[in-house]
Write a protein that binds this ligand. Structure first.
Ligand SMILES: Cc1ncc(COP(=O)(O)O)c(C=O)c1O
Length: 399
């Protein structure tokens, strides 16, 4: 008998970001110089004091199972961070530490959603949200947003989309893939609807420390006193501390939910890597100078990328207030031939850009928004310069 694949996994879309990055690696293996702007990962190495804490953990024998939901020291540090940064009062029993924020998202969906429940997700959205929601048997309900509004969902749009089946609103702020950041008025209007309509909110705030310019970042549950009871905050060390490979993320939620997510995790994966947890502890409790240094570098790259996009005929992008992505409009080039090949959608644009000019980006369609392309600016200025020179050559090669 041959092994058959379950219906639910068959219906899963593979991650477009990882697929583009795999194609980029294939070209690299063929000896080509590839400028990879496809993956959302800081190019910096993990700061030394954090690596040292990982080494010390190994040397001290912290190489065994830990409490499935995370070591108490790290939970305490997370709670203290939210107290200091956002004046939010959580208890360590409200924290679950997982194998990256992606795992935290899985825990939330599987612990709270039943088949047929609706989860409202503003588009463009991060590639994994809709797939993870579908895996749990629930239904993603997408609210399209537009470039002139900086790709932000309005409270009116939210209100009009709610049905009796709506269970959850998923809000990614700052946004991957658009870099937009909600201001206080916008978030307050959304929060009022959330309270009025009795919704549960998943606030993915993994880019909270990567906000540029004068705009302050506002953590969703800080807006009204009733919000922490109906919000689960997702965060982690991947982006803020250049720790993508260490796999540490977490949730802050009502205690009842945290307990159940901890139980789910104890059956599915047990604890996140013990060594990584001690490294994450050092990240949170040590000097935050490394965060400032990396944010300053990202801000410089953001300004550079904005200038380059503005200098290419037909391309545009919204203001990038946070995260490290530019989501640029390519509609001007759809229906044209570039390098002799017809370009009718963002997937064709990205594939041809990679094949003809060896620049890896991700098609907007993967984020639920056709006519756009996402490029990460978590790469050195030299790489960005070369990549945007090639993007310019690509769009200028109309034949
Ligand atoms: C918005 C968003 N949430 C969650 C994650 C997952 O991060 P982690 O590496 O902690 O799993 C990512 C990673 O790209 C992301 O962009």
């Amino acid at each position: 008998m041959t092994i058959s694949i379950s219906r639910v996994v068959q219906s899963l879309e593979p991650s477009a970001t990882l697929a583009m990055s795999a194609k980029a690696k294939e070209l690299k293996a063929q000896g080509k110089t590839v400028y990879d702007l496809s993956v959302g990962e800081p190019d910096f190495v993990t700061p030394q004091h954090i690596c040292d804490a990982g080494t010390a953990a190994m040397k001290s024998g912290y190489t065994k199972y830990t409490l499935a939901s995370g070591i108490p020291e790290l939970k305490k540090a997370i709670v203290e961070k939210y107290q200091t940064d956002y004046k939010l009062e959580y208890a360590p029993t409200q924290v679950v530490v997982s194998n990256g924020a992606k795992h935290s998202l899985h825990n939330i969906f599987f612990t709270t959603l039943n088949p047929g429940d609706e989860v409202i997700i503003p588009a463009p959205y991060w590639v994994s949200y809709a797939e993870l929601v579908k895996l749990s048997g629930a239904v993603p309900v997408i609210i399209p947003t537009e470039e002139p509004q900086n790709f932000k969902m309005t409270a009116t749009q939210l209100e009009q989309t709610i049905t009796p089946q709506t269970k959850m609103l998923l809000l990614c702020n700052p946004s991957n893939p658009t870099g937009s950041v909600y201001n206080k008025d916008e978030l307050t209007a959304i929060a009022e609807i959330v309270l009025e309509k009795n919704l549960f909110v998943l606030a993915d705030e993994i880019y909270d420390k990567l906000v540029y310019g004068n705009q302050p970042f506002i953590s969703f549950p800080t807006l009204f006193s009733g919000l922490p009871e109906r919000t689960v905050v997702v965060n982690g060390v991947s982006k803020t501390y250049a720790m993508t490979g260490w796999r540490v993320g977490w949730t802050l939620s009502p205690e009842k939910l945290a307990k159940k997510m901890g139980e789910l995790q104890s059956q599915e994966t047990s604890n996140p890597c013990s060594i990584s947890q001690y490294a994450a502890l050092a990240a949170l409790t040590g000097s935050q100078d490394c965060v400032v240094r990396m944010r300053t570098a990202f801000a410089e790259r953001r300004d550079y990328v904005a200038k380059r996009i503005a200098g290419i005929t037909g391309l545009s992008c919204p203001e990038m207030s946070g995260a490290f992505y530019v989501f640029f409009n390519i509609k001007h080039y759809l229906g044209q031939k570039l390098g002799g090949v017809p370009i009718n959608n963002s997937e064709q644009f990205c594939l041809e850009l990679l094949t003809q000019k060896q620049v890896a980006t991700v098609m907007g369609s993967a984020f639920g928004c056709e006519g756009y392309v996402r490029a990460s600016f978590a790469a050195g200025l030299d790489i960005l310069e070369a990549a945007f020179d090639r993007i310019t050559e690509f769009v200028n090669c109309r034949t």
